[in-house]
Write a protein that binds this ligand. Structure first.
Ligand SMILES: CC(C)(COP(=O)(O)OP(=O)(O)OC[C@H]1O[C@@H](n2cnc3c(N)ncnc32)[C@H](O)[C@@H]1OP(=O)(O)O)[C@@H](O)C(=O)NCCC(=O)NCCS
Length: 203
């Protein structure tokens, strides 16, 4: 496997770990103690905060901002200019007017589970989890956890459908079953109204 490829203008801290086959493009910044897996792509101008953990085959598009202590599992896609935030109630200074330093507040990371995608310029607020293979539409603001395979859009983000592992919207097949038009995989819907979830049997 190829070694990591880090462009000359990228700013990768020497304490960060970058997996084989990963490319870090121009002007991207990867902070201390961040861990990136194999075969990732970190786009131009993207930011990876201190200690962020990123799996294999993850793509951060141009200017995606991933604030610590986010965790991105294998196969995650973060669209251009999307922001994974880490402070629900941000303040620059404390009540005495003194600048807050990293030790003065507790960062709350976003988790993005295996295979999920975050659309362009979407925002995920601190501490939320985007479920496996979920798809967050462009410009969405995610304020609640997103279930596995959910397709969510808007601000606040609401579910408008389901997507399969291939990323395409699933088609209703009757009896609580949903089918992927691309792969033919069949998913099963469960849970009460408002708490619906989708299951891919045997996975
Ligand atoms: C969310 C998304 C997957 C929906 O695609 P789709 O299944 O083809 O849906 P449609 O275009 O048929 O839209 C369905 C409805 O959702 C709305 N909608 C679609 N995308 C939306 C978005 N990003 N935000 C808000 N509403 C959206 C549409 O207006 C439509 O509403 P209506 O039924 O009231 O007219 C797609 O629009 C999207 O945002 N993809 C992400 C693109 C992206 O950021 N890529 C990153 C790499 S560049």
């Amino acid at each position: 496997m190829d070694e990591a490829r880090i462009l000359a203008s990228a700013d990768v801290d020497e304490r960060a770990k970058i997996g084989a086959g990963t490319t870090v493009w121009h002007l991207a910044q990867v902070r201390e103690d961040a861990i990136l897996g194999e075969d990732c792509v970190v786009g131009r101008g993207a930011y990876v905060g201190p200690g962020v953990r990123i799996g294999d085959r993850v793509k951060l598009q141009n200017h995606a901002l991933v604030y610590e202590p986010a965790v991105l599992e294998d196969g995650v896609f973060v669209g251009p200019a999307a922001v994974l935030t880490n402070d629900p109630y941000p303040r620059s200074a404390d009540v005495a007017g003194v600048l807050k330093r990293p030790g003065d507040w507790a960062a709350l990371g976003v988790t993005v589970r295996e295979g999920a995608s975050i659309g362009a310029r979407a925002v995920v607020v601190a501490g939320r989890t985007v479920g496996r293979y979920a798809l967050v539409g462009a410009g969405a603001v995610v304020t609640r956890d997103v279930p596995d395979f959910a397709l969510v859009v808007g601000s606040p983000a609401r579910r408008i459908g389901w997507v399969g592992r291939a990323g395409e919207p699933l088609e209703e097949a009757g009896g609580g079953r949903w089918r992927c038009p691309r792969t033919g995989e069949e998913y099963r819907e469960a849970g009460a109204e408002g708490e619906r979830r989708l299951i891919l049997p045997n996975r």
